[in-house]
Design a protein around this ligand. Structure first.
Ligand code: ASP
Length: 331
């Protein structure tokens, strides 16, 4: 393909941004086909989390606050035993412990977070309590658990039979490294704007399956797994936390929107940053980011094909495939 044709296909920003035309796959830089103009209220979530966006929409549609909407939305996968990456039913670490990470932000820029939390089904609500009832932003491990119990949360066994069996199978080879493949990621990152133009974001995960004990990823780190700024917009992510942490991807997305980028261009920019800075890990793993700006416009993009997202807007709850940086593997 000659470079002019490639340029036209990829668009100006694609060609300019990378400094190298070869770095782009054909289907990159396409705006999401739906609702490019934006509308409020809106809620968007990583992966096909339509049940979660529906729960959030109920709050938004009743005139509720974005913060309540994202908390209600994230509760859905947290309580779902079939979701093996979030809350109850999440795959354990390599020693068989389910350990959870979550964070939340409101329209005032307040933030709360928990990491390495065990035995509590709804870490997102504990994160909210940290935000609202403590002078801190983040509580970890036993301290987070003690705080949750003192707030009336109940201890629950989060290891389901399915997750235990998967862990026992994994133990047969017991490779001393996180096993990462795209299907194992379905952390929920969710951001919303309500009818009064208030923004909020939330993120919740059990982290990488069979991770080292004590490992914490991007999801509870404000600015890495999620970031929201009421003046600009919000972003949330999923995928290999180690490369999101090192680039503070969601903060980067929001800052790029602040500088005037459309959410789609902003998420492409952040994903490209990961791919260029950590080419080997990026090529072998997935990261996906969703974003909205204050006009209710959205963007979504992944390192690899297969990243999809749910968006509830204009009364419609839909799921779409996101564009991706690396070419899709041949079928
Ligand atoms: N981002 C999560 C983590 O690294 C994992 C995931 O999204 O699947 O903990």
């Amino acid at each position: 393909m000659n470079s002019r044709r490639r340029f036209l296909q990829q668009g100006f920003w694609g060609a300019l941004g990378a400094g190298s035309l070869r770095l782009f796959s054909r289907d990159e830089h396409l705006f999401p086909p739906q609702a490019p103009k934006g509308a409020l209220p809106v809620v968007i979530a990583t992966w096909d989390n339509r049940k979660a966006t529906a729960a959030a929409w109920e709050v938004l549609n009743a005139g509720g606050r974005a913060l309540d909407a994202v908390e209600a939305g994230v509760h859905i996968p947290e309580a779902d035993p079939n979701d093996t990456s979030v809350g109850y039913g999440g795959f354990p670490d390599r020693d068989g412990n389910v350990t959870l990470d979550a964070c939340i932000m409101d329209e005032f820029g307040n933030a709360g977070s928990v990491s390495f939390l065990q035995h509590i089904m709804h870490p997102i609500s504990v994160a909210r309590r940290v935000m609202e009832r403590t002078p801190h932003v983040m509580l970890a491990g036993d301290g987070a658990l003690e705080f949750a119990l003192s707030e009336g949360f109940k201890k629950t066994n989060l290891l389901t039979d399915t997750a235990r069996r998967a862990w026992e199978e994994w133990k047969v080879k017991s490779e001393y490294k996180p096993i990462i493949n795209f299907e194992r990621h379905d952390t929920i990152g969710m951001v919303a704007i309500d009818a009064q133009n208030r923004i909020a974001g939330a993120c919740s995960t059990s982290g990488l399956a069979f991770k080292m004990r004590g490992r914490v990823g991007d999801s509870p780190i404000i600015g890495a797994g999620m970031y929201a700024d009421n003046e600009v917009g919000a972003a949330a992510g999923t995928g290999l936390g180690e490369i999101v942490l090192r680039t503070l991807s969601c903060f980067l997305v929001v800052e790029e929107m602040r500088r005037g980028k459309h959410p789609q261009r902003a998420v492409e920019y952040a994903i490209r940053r990961i791919a260029q800075k950590y080419p080997k890990q990026a090529a072998e793993n997935q990261v996906g980011i969703v974003a909205i700006d204050k006009k209710g416009r959205h963007g979504a993009f992944g390192l690899q094909s297969g990243f999809n997202y749910a968006i509830y807007q204009n009364g419609q709850n839909q799921v779409f495939e996101a564009g991706h940086y690396f070419p899709a593997p041949p079928k």
